[in-house]
Write a protein of this length. Structure first.
Length: 346
């Protein structure tokens, strides 16, 4: 059973009343905005949600209402703590959300005592205007709704538990003393970014999929950029995935954070002090609790109007998201970051 949430597309006032899809705006956004900005007006009209006709008429009606209200709250300054924080963060960056589109999909419906639990996802697209430029940020929300009888009693975003990753013991001395194999390569940042754009919201069947998939996804992006694997079959050594097996550094956030600056062959990186020093294809590591254990990684895929990173990630699947994750359910005031720029090994 699929639930579809969509908004009417915006139009350009003072011009031909022609509809412009988000895909068209994405490909022409800079040219369009610079050329037409004096007369562009974005009409953010009410959203519409539909659910497949396979029963659940009252459920369909209530989900339609609650999702319409959530989207409209991005514009009226009200809503959840996440919505308010996202809007506040954008104002601090001289930006604003001028359009929101959502596509919802019901994943499971389970009968519970006196009612039902509905697990569903919402694919949100935000058209963001910042200092004369437009970009489209995307994310996938996992949500859970409960119905008592046929009455909706709760609807919440499910927080991501990044801490469920097991942090392995890594012998850095072994990394320092390992054979000085020369794996020459030039990191192809364009290919890494292209891979991150292609697979940000899907899973390459050539690789294993993890429940917490963020580091696996980043490793795939780095490998797509020509970073060579090495260290097989030792899971505590090198960086690799092969034969349904993998190194800790390939799939565990803290292990990759430790590996990147310690490696002296193959994939290696240099830590920099601030996000504006990063290039496309570089990596940001996140310690949400500030306890020294890093539990998330992203890849830089673009820059905003101030030259600060926009990132792609899995868990939660995100595209062109502002780098600091202050709008995430995982965010805490104690968050710490590490910024790594990938180095060639010629």
């Amino acid at each position: 059973m699929d639930a579809i949430l969509s908004t009417t597309i915006f139009y350009l006032e003072g011009l031909e009343r022609k509809s412009y899809t988000l895909k068209t705006i994405q490909s022409l956004q800079k040219h369009l905005f610079k050329k037409l900005s004096p007369i562009i007006s974005f009409a953010c009209l009410p959203s519409v949600i539909e659910i497949s006709r396979e029963g659940g008429g009252e459920m369909r009606k209530q989900l339609k209402t609650v999702l319409e209200q959530r989207i409209l709250k991005f514009f009226d300054g009200d809503g959840s703590e996440k919505i308010q924080r996202k809007n506040e963060l954008l104002r601090d960056r001289q930006g604003e959300i001028v359009k929101v589109e959502g596509i919802g999909k019901v994943e499971t419906i389970a009968e519970v005592e006196n009612g039902s639990r509905v697990d569903y996802t919402v694919h949100l697209k935000y058209l963001i205007k910042q200092k004369g430029f437009l970009h489209i940020e995307e994310e996938i929300e996992a949500r859970e709704a409960f119905f008592y009888g046929e009455e909706l009693v709760s609807d919440d975003e499910l927080p991501v538990n990044y801490s469920q990753q097991v942090t392995p013991a890594i012998n850095l001395r072994e990394l320092e003393d390992e054979e000085s194999e020369r794996l020459s390569y030039n990191y192809d940042r364009l290919k890494a970014v292209q891979y991150a754009e292609k697979w940000w919201n899907s899973y390459n069947p050539a690789y294993k999929k993890f429940e917490v998939d963020c580091t696996n996804f980043i490793s795939q992006c780095l490998h797509a950029g020509n970073a060579p694997m090495r260290g097989y079959p030792s899971r505590g050594k090198g960086w690799w995935m092969r034969n349904n097996n993998w190194s800790f550094s390939w799939s565990v956030a803290h292990a990759l954070r430790m590996y990147l600056p310690s490696s002296n062959a193959g994939l290696k990186a240099r830590e920099v002090s601030s996000p504006d020093e990063l290039k496309l294809g570089d990596v940001i590591c996140y310690d949400f609790e500030g306890d020294g254990r890093y539990n998330h990684n992203t890849i830089v895929t673009s820059k905003d109007a101030f030259g600060l990173p926009l990132v792609n990630a899995h868990t939660t699947n995100s595209r062109l998201r502002y780098w600091n994750y202050e709008d995430s359910t995982a965010y805490t005031p104690n968050i710490k970051y590490k910024f790594f720029t990938i180095e060639d090994n010629a």
